[in-house]
Design a binder for this molecule. Structure first.
Ligand SMILES: C[S@@+](CC[C@H](N)C(=O)[O-])C[C@H]1O[C@@H](n2cnc3c(N)ncnc32)[C@H](O)[C@@H]1O
Length: 393
């Protein structure tokens, strides 16, 4: 049932969601009545032809469910391009590899800004798990001049090794499936999906397996205290291996990740006792992951300590960890705003200014979003000369 505050889907979307639901029901049955939450996320977000990212929902922008920084304003891509140009200059060339490129907006903006600087990369590679999004990215990038779009290549997997340049991911780590747990006095419990008496999805639980129990124990060691009885949260089991594989392929250059998240102590703060799982449906934010499977986005905030630790273990050097506002202000925000608004007048100008402001305002994206820079063989500075919050990692 859709709560009154959420807009109802049309008949085709409802039918699609019913098919996704059926796939989940089968997976629950296949698991003896319990589906781990990360498996649930994999199905409802990524199952081919079914999942939110794998099927045709609008997703991004005003007609979709959420707005990301590149969708909001070209200022974001211009600032990212300043960091990319800094790295490519230090390396004497190189490529860009964008992870999870969404609608292709960031790729268009970065390439356009790099061309204006005379600093185009040798290639702009995109690693995208969703076939539907690849098609959309191709359509966006087709609007660029040939000298830019001809540099774009899609990859099915990471390069084997020897990548030189910048690996870039905006709001990708938050889209990875997470495991959910509850700490109890008796031990750690895994939370997953089962079927209630009415046949609807319902939270189910079972004792945590060794991996999950070890992950929660590691969190408690880092916090220096046990989590409270009844504390629920998430842990992204695949994130360390994901980051390690990026560190492996990066022979020289920068790994730049932007996302909403915290250092570990803030992430597992005692006050955040319900976790960080967040659901987006038509620009409404709510907390019911079982609503309209396949039609809404599910995300969890990123534990940046987990990311930085995996990257440093993989041989990368921590360059900086700061807020999106600090990053953008240092990477040329003011000049980029002047540039993108100079040809605009009246309401379009005010709208463009307001959108750019949203990127940096503390109550909007400015402080919730963090930028983490890790590098090998170079020490880029653009974007990281302002306040640094690495001590929070
Ligand atoms: C929230 S969207 C962000 C899109 C875009 N970066 C933006 O900022 O608008 C998450 C993106 O990550 C992609 N994604 C999810 N898991 C991925 C993975 N393991 N490797 C690469 N991309 C992935 C999704 O398909 C989607 O394009």
């Amino acid at each position: 049932m859709i709560p009154m505050a959420l807009p109802a889907p049309d008949a085709a979307a409802s039918e699609h969601s019913a098919r996704v639901r059926q796939a989940v029901v089968e997976a629950i049955a296949g698991g003896g009545g319990f589906l781990p939450f990360d498996r649930y996320m994999e199905i409802v977000l990524y199952a081919p032809g079914l999942g939110y990212y794998a099927a045709g929902a609008a997703k991004f922008g005003r007609g979709g469910d959420f707005v990301t920084a590149p969708e909001l304003s070209p200022v974001f891509g211009r600032c990212v391009a300043a960091t990319v140009a800094d790295v490519l200059a230090a390396l004497g060339g190189g490529a860009v590899l964008e992870l999870g490129a969404g609608s292709g907006r960031l790729a268009c903006d970065v390439l356009t800004a790099l061309a204006a600087r005379g600093a185009l990369p040798e290639r702009y590679e995109i690693l995208e798990v969703s076939a539907d999004l690849r098609d959309r990215q191709a359509a966006s990038l087709a609007t660029l001049p040939a000298a830019l779009r001809d540099r774009v290549v899609w990859r099915d997997g990471l390069p084997a090794a020897g990548f030189r340049g910048v690996i870039l991911g905006n709001e990708v780590a938050d889209a990875l499936p997470v495991r959910r747990f509850r700490r109890t006095a008796a031990g750690v419990v895994e939370l997953g999906v089962g079927l209630g008496a009415d046949g609807a999805f319902a939270w189910a639980s079972r004792p945590a397996d060794e991996d999950l129990a070890r992950a929660v124990a590691g969190i408690e060691v880092d916090l220096g205290r046990p989590l409270d009885d009844g504390y629920e949260s998430e842990v992204c089991a695949v994130l360390p291996a994901f980051v390690a594989s990026l560190a492996d392929v990066l022979e020289a250059g920068l790994l730049l990740l932007v996302d909403y998240g915290y250092g570990r102590r803030e992430y597992y703060d005692a006050a955040r006792r319900g976790g960080t799982l967040t659901c987006f449906y038509r620009h409404r934010v709510h907390a019911d992951p079982f609503l309209l499977p396949g039609l809404q986005d599910l995300t969890a905030w990123v534990d940046f300590t987990q990311v930085a630790t995996a990257a440093v273990d993989g041989g990368l050097e921590l360059i900086g960890y700061t807020t999106q506002a600090q990053y953008l202000l240092d990477a040329g925000f003011a000049a980029a705003v002047a540039d993108v608004t100079q040809s605009l007048d009246g309401i379009p100008r005010l709208n463009a200014l307001a959108a750019a402001q949203t990127l940096v305002l503390a109550g909007e994206m400015g402080e919730r979003f963090k930028c983490l820079a890790l590098a090998r063989g170079v020490a880029p500075t653009v974007g990281f000369r302002g306040r640094d919050f690495s001590a929070r990692l």
